[in-house]
Design a protein around this ligand. Sequence first.
Ligand code: ZN
Length: 476
Amino acid sequence: MRPVDRVLGDIYSSTEPLDLVVDLCDEYDSRWPGSGLDKASCEYMAEKLRGYGVENVHLEKFTIPGWIRGSSSLSVTEPKSKEIDCIALPMSSEGVVEAELVYLGAGPIEVYEKRRDEIKGKIVMVNSGNPRGMTRYLHRSEKYQRSVLAGAAGWIFMNHYPAYGPPTGGISPIVPAVGVSYEDGMYLARMLERKGRVKLRLETRCKNLDVDTYNVIADLRGTAGSDEWLVYGAHYEGHDIAVGALDDATGASVVMELARTLVKEREHLKHNLRFMLFGAEEIGLFGSRAYCEAHPEFMKKVRFMMNFDAAGRAGRQGFCLHGWPSLEPLFKEVIDEIGVELPLWSRVGPYSDHWPFLLLGVATATMGDPDEAAKRAGRGFGHTKYDTVDKADLRVMRECAGNAAVAAFKILNMDKWPYPQRSQTEIDEIVEKAGIHETVRLGVKLKEYLEEKRDSLRPETLVYLDRMSGSWEEVI
Ligand SMILES: [Zn+2]
């Protein structure tokens, strides 16, 4: 039997990934940075990895601008009184805003300038849908930043799918911001339509403070004695309102499953594989950024990085290359070897842990199914309190790990890696082509806007401003 077949047999007969998801979620809650359970969950994962027999297992500490949730409230004060369920969005600043509501629907790019006079000083509500006609994904943080630049005093992020509750998601600490459900958002929008004017009181109580958190690293050294690496990585923490089972305990568990099974066939792997479990992805890719910053020499030796974000999601486990047409033939071979029809496509997006690697020229990819994603209600349960263990699907995790194992054998056993890393010019081009430059320019504008108001800014906004470098790493 071929070594890869032994690994596949092992993966397809094991319940380990689901057991890990249960432990991570039920024992360590959301593993939120600075909660204390982030470190405990890292120690748990490190212990497991040591037990599997991989080497160099250790935690790497880094410090981030963290955020701890307090209470928050949203109420209609005029034309009637009514409490609305809401949750503060991570990194939201603390404060009370009493102002009229403006609803911008899905918040298309042109609306913020066009309705600037109306927006100034108001509480802006935007839903989570992608505006019609937009080819790129308009991320929450961009809608928030564009609202702030137009003068919004408060911000409401409304779920555009029914029955998923209020959505969460990181923003920048400039004005108080909350999430509300589709149903409550529709109620507010309807009232605005019927009465012409709705006044709200929005209060957020949260703490923005520096916290230490951790990445977990482990190695599998191949037989060639080379210094060339494949990286399999995933963030292990979830949003604080849930346990982050799908996003991303499943991804972390799949990476650990690959460590468990591949290490047994170490003597049949030539080059090296580093497993990375990142902290603090959700509020700004801090774990992967910290790792890339701390290990610039290592980055030059990475052949390829695969990021597993929400690896337990329904659908086929195909490969999404981030703008590497030269790698397509190799992944076609991988798919042929897997022997089932799998999607192989290309798309560049900045919103997960592959991004800092991509910006250093490393070839990166993620796994999933674009057809299934098109059918899904947005993020599905992701970023809501319903992202719980019962949603994790062992069958999907097995498929994800199995397909990634086949890819690992292929990548690690090629004597020569004929795909050089991207040059800075090529990186610039790919970012430009993906439309991400617009987001970058927005960050620069925001920095200028805040500089002008420096004297009136809240302390957490000042800290944020002084950290802003206006670079691509911060588009999230
Ligand atoms: Zn994620």
